[in-house]
Ligand binder design. Sequence first.
Ligand code: ATP
Ligand code: MG
Length: 239
Amino acid sequence: MESNNPLLVMNKIYSGYGEVKVLKGVSVDIFDKSITCIFGPNGAGKSTLLKTIFGIVPVETGTILCNGKNITNLNPMTILEMGISFVPQGRCNFPNMTVLENLEMGGFTIKRGTIEREIDDVFAKFPILCQKRKDLAGNLSGGQQQILEMAMSLILKPKILLIDEPTLGLAPNLVNDVFETIINVNDQGTTVLIVEQNAKKVLEISDFAFVLDLGKNWMHGTAKEISENPKVKLHYLGL
Ligand SMILES: Nc1ncnc2c1ncn2[C@@H]1O[C@H](COP(=O)(O)OP(=O)(O)OP(=O)(O)O)[C@@H](O)[C@H]1O
Ligand SMILES: [Mg+2]
């Protein structure tokens, strides 16, 4: 929850894809051990925001600080080593490899000898993955594949987990499994920044929320404040 200094700060960020300018002065603060959600219309720049933090999309102006250190425009591998992991939009694990092999891929930067212990930790946290360790990842349900994606990122024990639309296209019962997993991950000390279309559900599990529109900040506050905001209720909560 909230402490004096945010763990991650995006300060007036402009970023995009060459001629395509997407983020236009976005500022976001993420507090240590919180769950912070981002939502907004299609094309608002939510995925671009996560990719910008992770060093995939270059920053034109503005700064990103993590733990007070300037991480603006560092490469993704360096950012990963600094304790920030990213689960991109769309399931993208290796469907023709087993669950165990996928987890080994998630730990590819860990020195040999420690990976088994990290995988045992993951199996303790996610018993369903342990049960299905020898199954092909492609044969898991959509929700289980999403949990595997998160588990692959957690192998490296990140301080911050960036997750993009983890429930996209999932059946409602699987949506709950994914949200429960995110709560558990957070309870164990990982700070979470999640982009999610399902504003109602994600506000229920979040401490803080940012709403983007057209590449700019539209609104931010505690999840409670945002869920009680009349404009948010009208546009996002169907109330
Ligand atoms: N690789 C790319 N090259 C050029 N333009 C891109 C690229 N990726 C995204 N864009 C454009 O950037 C804008 C923001 O895209 P982004 O994916 O960040 O939106 P989003 O808020 O995540 O939307 P959605 O809700 O559909 O996932 C869009 O206009 C999109 O067309
Ligand atoms: Mg997106």
